[in-house]
Design a binder for this molecule. Sequence first.
Ligand code: GRG
Length: 303
Amino acid sequence: MSSIDNAPGDFADWMGRIQQATETALAALLPDASIAPQRLHSAMRYAVLGGGKRVRALLVHAAGELVGASPQRLDRLAGAVEFIHAYSLVHDDMPCMDDDVLRRGKPTVHVEYDEATALLAGDALQTLAFQVLAEAPLADSLADQLAMVGLLANASGSRGMAGGQAIDLDSVGKQLSREELEFMHVHKTGALIRASVLLGARAGTPMADDDLRRLDHYAKLVGLLFQVVDDILDAVADTATLGKTAGKDADNDKPTYVSLLGIEEAHRLARDMLADAHAALAPFGPRANRLGALADYIVHRTF
Ligand code: GRG
């Protein structure tokens, strides 16, 4: 890796390139809106394209670059993860869950289309993610590729994101302990972020067990860190900046890191976790600079 790869400007360039490559890959992997059923395909494209920070895709690529994985494999893996993420946002915004009208600065899918279409678009995006994992070689052996499918399924299902969402829905109006709050967020938000890192890391030269453990530690920290920062942003940022309704957690009486710890302590927790994430990457040296810069980005983002 050249020294220029360590410059902050280089990270911004890299991020822009990966975001663009992700957009292109997602557009190609999605069914065309002219194919029947047009309304459903149009809603799927609306849910996925033209918005989002693509944090999960960036994590797939940064971890994949660490193990020399090909961009083609990483684009596909990033696409699968972003499809799962988009499905979760579509369903989360529906009246039966968070009941929100704004996402990524535009009307939510059930508002722009209708509830039944939003439900189906989320369903179809979820299955498309697994189709994408099944239809091209993404690892050096079928066993390794099957492990990737299992990893994403586990991170998305009742023992991962969907399970975390169930706990979240059940926690409204309740006082959670710090451990309970962490358990909820590790599942709801952390599981898919962790899976993004691990999928990228499995797409190239196999890692030594110790390295994989360190990377997994980083991935868990970043997953939780993402949510701590999300809680802070929900409390302090405005709707226009976030592109989604601000202050929803307090309005809905949801337990968050801010409601539990207060804003100052939540900031301190984020700083401590960021330092731990960098420490977990330290043994990799400059090879892990992108992952380190992504952790910084997750903490310092404004939306
Ligand atoms: C419906 C099964 C199911 C799960 C929903 C992820 C989730 C679970 C709900 C989303 C609600 C939410 C605001 C969660 C907090 C963290 C989070 C996932 C924020 C949105 O992710 P970003 O900021 O979104 O990466 P963009 O738009 O940038 O992709």
